[in-house]
Design a protein around this ligand. Structure first.
Ligand code: SIN
Ligand code: FE2
Length: 209
C-alpha cells in the first residue's frame, strides 16, 4: 500500500484494491463486455489487430479518437461512465498524490489480456486534457514498462503489476510512453472472479463534451 514514485508524477501503489473491490470491478467489466458495445479486438488503421480486447465506458476509444458511439463496432452508444467510478478515481488520486484535486474522469478503457496479449509502447494522447490517467490491474500479473516522454525506447523502468495494484501517471509523466511486454499466465487469484487473464482499467479525462 506504500506509494512508490516511479518517475515524477508516476506512482505505483501495490495492493490498493481489496478482494471485494476487485470482484466488483470484474463483475462490472463482465457486464460491459456484453454490451451495448461488446468487447472486441480493436482494428488499427493499417489493418493490424490489437491482441488485447477492449470495451469502453463514457466515451468509445478507437484509434485515435473518442466518440460517443462505436462506429467501428456496432454503432451503439457506449455505457455511461458511472458515478462510483469517478469516486474510485478520486480515491486513487488521493492514494497516489495525497489529494484528489478536481479529478473528474469521464471515460474508462477496459482491456483484457489473455496469456499471449501484449501492448506495445505508446502514449495516451488522444485526450484533450493533461489530467492524470488512473490504471487498475486485476487478475494475472504483468510486466509493465514505463518510459519517458520523448521516445518509445530507453530510459524506461520495468515493474510488475499484480492484481489489485494502482498506477497513476500525471504531471510530467502524463505523456510518457508505456506498454505491457508480457503477461504472466496463472498468477491471478480466481477469487477475483477472473479464472485467467489480466484485466486493466484506465480512467481518463477526455476533455470532450
Ligand atoms: C494502457 O496503456 O492503456 C494499458 C496499460 C496496462 O494494461 O497496464
Ligand atoms: Fe496507455
Amino acid at each position: 500500500m506504500t506509494p512508490l514514485e516511479i518517475a515524477p508524477g508516476a506512482v505505483h501503489v501495490p495492493g490498493w484494491l481489496d478482494m471485494a473491490e476487485q470482484r466488483e470491478l470484474v463483475a462490472a467489466c463482465r457486464e460491459w463486455a456484453r454490451g451495448p458495445v461488446p468487447i472486441r479486438h480493436t482494428v488499427l488503421p493499417r489493418g493490424g489487430v490489437m491482441s488485447v480486447q477492449t470495451v469502453c465506458v463514457g466515451w468509445h476509444w478507437q484509434p485515435y479518437r473518442y466518440t460517443r458511439t462505436a462506429g467501428d463496432v456496432n454503432g451503439e452508444r457506449v455505457a455511461d461512465f458511472p458515478g462510483w467510478m469517478g469516486d474510485l478515481g478520486r480515491r486513487a488520486l488521493t492514494a497516489a498524490y495525497g489529494e484528489p484535486g478536481d479529478y473528474t474522469p469521464d471515460t474508462a478503457l477496459i482491456n483484457f489480456y489473455d496469456g499471449d496479449a501484449r501492448m506495445g509502447m505508446h502514449q495516451d494522447k488522444d485526450e484533450k486534457s493533461d489530467a492524470p490517467v488512473v490504471s487498475l490491474s486485476i487478475g494475472d500479473s504483468c510486466l509493465f514498462r514505463f518510459g519517458n516522454t520523448e521516445t518509445r525506447s530507453r530510459p524506461y523502468t520495468d515493474l510488475r503489476l499484480d492484481s489489485g495494484d494502482l498506477f497513476v501517471f500525471g504531471g510530467p509523466s502524463r505523456f510518457a510512453f508505456h506498454g505491457v511486454p508480457k503477461v504472466y499466465p496463472g498468477t491471478g487469484n480466481p477469487e477475483t472472479g477472473l479464472s485467467s487473464g489480466r484485466l486493466n482499467i484506465t480512467m481518463r479525462v477526455t476533455g470532450l463534451t
